[in-house]
Design a protein around this ligand. Structure first.
Ligand code: NAD
Length: 477
């Protein structure tokens, strides 16, 4: 049995002519490859593709001269194993065998196959024609040259490949989990409503879509299934624990856009999202003391005179203190300072953000709150008051994503450039999570994580050892 030679395959076979298979076939054909597509449902392959360079075949045996076969059939380990066992008897030993699985282990699919070194994961994103990212997943058995071959092929197809180890969720589906999970927790704890969380994460956080709008788009059944599979594959690690709130949505058939109702309601597939909670207009204070570096850019936008004074926090004339979040809840700070405290969330860009979240300690009066709101409004900011919680909304979400990315790096899931590239291309985040960690500073990310941990005592919030080392040395190793 000869292993693949490493030369770029030309004749492409695709098995499964559903959403992904038909798209992958079109990508290969558009790049000039002769493509055969097979589906076990008679007529499905012919019905799915109209591309002139794609041949729909009626038997798996018709793929015998393909140099790569990409499988995109139903997500079921036994079905995929049986399929590859049969394929191995059909194609030449040098043919690369690739799976588009999202959640199964390529190592488990390859187990028992003859010549498993030519087996690899080639994980496209939906829709394959539009999404540039391809995760090339090395199973334990995969030969390094096969990974190289598939990467080259992806580049020739106009894609941006990243290499991932065959760990649960690979890169994107693993690291992105807290984007959904923390939003669901914030809603469960009534820190803010869904529309407000989404508005804070898009307007202040820089995310293209809020987590609730995104889960409604993906479908709560699909989103929850990915969370569940990653959670189970990691031995029920609380980091990935599914949300009972999301389970309720699934049980109620509120799956999102496709059923007309998820977290939000939809009419003609258009979302009917209520306005985010936003403070009414308030008068700014007459003056401020101090202009700490963490608030400089925001305060420079505000039209309030600042009295020259030293200090790492802003004292409002009515006696409350304004600080930027490092994850310490406002109530904890207030007890420490014996003064009412208002904590400000982070923003992706303080110069351009249109919204900011704030939280207050329980002893903060309406007058003190109004002063802080008026100050921020004088800088053109919409202000969303949320319940007092560590890291509010943006800092909490970003810190959790950075921690996930650092943990994936620690476990050699992928290189740091590949992690950041995968997250930007696969999710549309404005910045890769490791670059985001550099921007925040690992010390701040760790402080937010440790504050979450001491507030909840939930191992979900444990910082990865790599983040601790990063914070100590100041450099990502
Ligand atoms: P789909 O249900 O749209 O299509 C699956 C197709 O496979 C169907 O046409 C079905 O008839 C066919 N099929 C089932 N068993 C078969 C067999 N034994 N032999 C030949 N054909 C068979 O599914 P999909 O959404 O295209 O997903 C396919 C794979 O891609 C899954 O492994 C999924 O996890 C993965 N994936 C899906 C997405 C996505 O967003 N849909 C994204 C990335 C990866």
């Amino acid at each position: 049995m000869s292993a693949p030679t490493g030369s770029t395959p030309r004749r492409v076979g695709v098995v499964g002519a559903g959403t992904m298979g038909s798209g992958i076939a079109r990508v290969a054909a558009d790049a000039g490859h002769p493509v055969c597509i097979y589906d076990s449902v008679p007529g499905a392959a012919a019905g799915a593709v109209t591309h002139p360079d794609i041949r729909a075949v009626t038997r798996l045996a018709h793929l015998h001269d393909c140099e790569i076969v990409i499988e995109a059939v139903v997500e079921d380990l036994q079905v995929k194993r049986d399929l590859f066992a049969e394929l191995s008897t059909v194609v030449a030993p040098s043919c690369v065998l690739a799976t588009n699985t999202s959640a199964l282990s390529p190592t488990a699919i390859a187990a028992g196959l003859p010549g498993p070194e030519r087996f690899v994961g080639m994980h496209f994103f939906n829709p394959p024609e539009r999404m540039q990212l391809v995760e090339v997943v090395a199973a334990a058995q995969t030969a390094p040259e096969v990974v190289g071959t598939v990467r080259e092929l992806a580049v020739a197809w106009g894609k941006k490949p990243v290499t991932a180890s065959a760990t649960p969720g690979f890169i994107v589906n693993r690291i992105a989990r807290p984007f959904y999970g923390e939003a669901l927790r914030l809603l469960e704890e009534q820190v803010a409503d869904a529309a407000t969380v989404d508005a804070i994460l898009t307007e202040a956080g820089g995310f293209r879509l809020g987590p609730f709008a995104l889960m409604d788009l993906i479908g709560h059944d699909v989103n929850q299934a990915v969370t569940r599979s990653v959670w189970m594959a990691f031995g029920y690690d609380p980091r990935y624990a599914p949300s009972s709130l999301q389970q309720e949505l699934v049980d109620a058939g509120r799956l999102g856009r496709k059923t007309g109702r998820g977290v939000f309601r939809y009419e003609d597939r258009r979302p009917l999202v209520p306005p985010p909670v936003t403070e009414p207009p308030r008068e700014p204070p007459a003056f401020l003391s101090a202009r700490p570096p963490e608030l400089e850019t925001l305060l420079d936008r505000c039209s309030v005179p600042i009295e020259p004074a030293e200090g790492d926090r802003v004292e409002l004339p009515s006696g409350a203190v304004l600080v930027r979040t490092d994850g310490t809840p406002a109530g904890v700070l207030a007890a420490r300072l014996t003064q009412p405290v208002i904590v400000l969330d982070r923003a992706f860009d303080d110069q351009t953000t249109t919204r900011i979240a704030i939280a207050r300690s329980d002893d903060c009066s309406e007058t003190q709150l109004a002063e802080a709101v008026g100050l921020l409004q004088s800088g053109g900011l919409a202000v969303s008051l949320v319940e007092d919680t560590p890291g509010l909304v943006v800092a909490r979400t970003v810190a959790m994503l950075v921690n996930q990315a650092a943990d994936a790096l620690l476990q050699a899931v992928a290189s740091s450039p590949d992690i950041d590239l995968a997250m930007v291309l696969g999710t549309g985040y404005p910045l890769g999570p490791l670059a985001w960690g550099e921007r925040y500073g690992a010390g701040l990310v760790l402080a937010v994580l440790d504050n979450l941990w001491s507030w909840y005592h939930d191992p979900r919030y444990r910082a990865t050892p790599l983040l601790r080392r990063w914070a100590l040395s100041g450099e990502l190793l």
